[in-house]
Ligand binder design. Structure first.
Ligand code: H79
Length: 445
């Protein structure tokens, strides 16, 4: 009789444990009470420290030199679009050159399209033959080469993955961007998500070593659909706990997501018209933008941002406590437009001098303003004076006693007055070639 109670408890425990193991991985609500793993939290901090990444839009669409939406914009049929990979042969692609360019630009990570909305996998996928190895004369897997090179050079690699698919018939019912392109009016949505998408994500998280994370895009095409997010997110975190999930759905972050990203806007701004104004106080932030006006290679786009504009964008993004993911669209042959290369080198040159005020920082104590922004790291506050021509700069109060104020570039002392009403600085007059006067305040903590 005495043994009955303990026996029942341990039996119940076993049943509970088994049930948990069965339920956890695929359970639809598994990520609703998502507790990020210690590796994941560490990866989030490292992500914030990196501050600057290279976005790469590259795919079969690059061949037409008309952006990554060309399939949709020209209302091509699937049959027509299927011809594109037949002459996509990026023989000049060199992973070392790409990773080295990111490095020279001061970028710490790369986020590359593993597949865009055309569904064309830029990697060796066994889930479908709609991929670069099976369908192109190139026959190789550039993502594998890039992953290996990034690991060699210490660059984190993230995979952009489009949830929206203009090619697979199982992407059905179709969404807002649908046009009659020859697909049948039926399809298996569950198979699309569970077999096709989760199958490819498993490949990406298994065959390329440790990756930084998955950058999702396109969910906005079917905002009301059940995307099986909890299942997919659980799968990713199970395969690589440190991999960050970065969804570009333009909405308030959901459980299981690790970074809030903003397209063509600083966090909280909505000049693009489709971003949320909600900014997570908990998650790392990222803002992506283009170096010219396009994501994928567009031969008619020469509207390149100047090095000064790019640096200021990076500084304003860091001042908003966010990373900048800056995009380039390489040529279909695998080369990168020299106009991109020279500008990225210029940003890298700036970062080699001013990097202390960017890398490893968080948004500073003062709200971003027209005159500039602040960043901070340990007992340093970096005052980025971007647009101020008067001799004195009066700032709101800053907590902690300011021990010194120096120009970052040469360490020269700057006059500073601190009262309960605020801080007054006397920065030097702007030099013609200077895009950001950085004053370092050392604060007693
Ligand atoms: O990959 C790049 C673009 O191809 C992709 N995201 C970047 C990173 C992108 N596609 N579209 N957009 C960005 C803009 C989004 C437009 C939208 Fe809409 C407006 C989404 C929801 C409203 C157009 C109208 C598409 C769906 C409805």
């Amino acid at each position: 009789m005495k043994s009955t109670r303990p026996f029942n408890i341990s039996k119940a425990l076993i049943i509970l444990t088994v049930a948990l193991f069965i339920l956890l991985p695929g359970n639809a609500s598994a990520q609703t009470d998502y507790q990020p793993s210690p590796e994941n939290l560490q990866a989030r901090r490292e992500f914030q420290d990196m501050k600057f990444g290279m976005f790469i839009h590259w795919g079969a669409y690059s061949v037409l030199g008309d952006g990554e939406w060309v399939f949709h914009n020209r209302k091509l049929t699937v049959e027509e679009y299927n011809r594109l990979p037949l002459f996509f042969d990026p023989e000049k692609f060199d992973a070392h050159t790409w990773a080295s360019l990111a490095k020279a630009a001061g970028m710490k990570y790369i986020t590359i399209t593993s597949r865009h909305h055309d569904g064309f996998a830029m990697f060796d996928s066994k889930v479908s033959d709609w991929n670069i190895v099976a369908r192109t004369p190139y026959k190789k897997d550039p993502l594998k080469m890039l992953a290996d090179e990034c690991h060699r050079q210490g660059i984190k690699l993230f995979f952009y993955y489009s949830q929206l698919d203009w090619h697979n018939p199982d992407y059905y019912p179709r969404g807002a961007t649908n046009w009659p392109n020859g697909r049948p009016d039926h399809g298996d949505w569950n198979a699309y998500l569970d077999t096709y998408m989760d199958g490819q994500l498993t490949e990406l998280l298994t065959n390329y070593g440790p990756i930084g994370g998955i950058w999702f895009d396109g969910m906005w095409d079917k905002p009301d659909a059940d995307w099986h997010l909890a299942k997919t997110y659980a799968l990713i975190h199970q395969l690589q706990p440190a991999a960050l999930i970065i969804p570009n759905h333009h909405q308030t972050p959901r459980p299981g997501e690790d970074v809030q990203t903003f397209e063509r806007d600083l966090p909280g701004q909505n000049t693009a018209g489709f971003n949320t104004k909600y900014v997570s106080a908990r998650l790392p932030l990222e803002s992506c933008d283009t170096l010219n006006d396009n994501w994928g290679f567009n031969i008619g786009d020469s509207n390149y941002k100047s090095p000064a504009e790019l640096v200021r964008r990076l500084v304003r993004t860091a001042g908003a406590n966010s990373n900048l993911l800056l995009n380039i669209g390489p040529y279909p042959n695998g080369e990168i437009d020299p106009e991109f290369v020279t500008r990225l080198h210029a940003v890298g040159d700036w970062l080699s001098k001013y990097g202390d005020s960017i890398y490893g920082t968080r948004g500073g104590p003062l709200a971003p303003a027209n005159w500039g922004v602040t960043t901070q790291k340990e007992n340093k506050i970096y005052i980025h004076v971007l647009d101020w021509n008067a001799p004195l700069l009066a700032l709101p109060p800053i907590e902690g006693k300011i021990m010194s104020a120096q120009l970052l570039i040469d360490g020269s002392k700057i006059d500073v007055t601190q009262t309960i009403d605020g801080v007054v600085l006397k920065p030097p007059a702007p030099k013609a070639e200077e895009v950001d006067r950085v004053v370092v305040l050392t604060v007693a903590k």
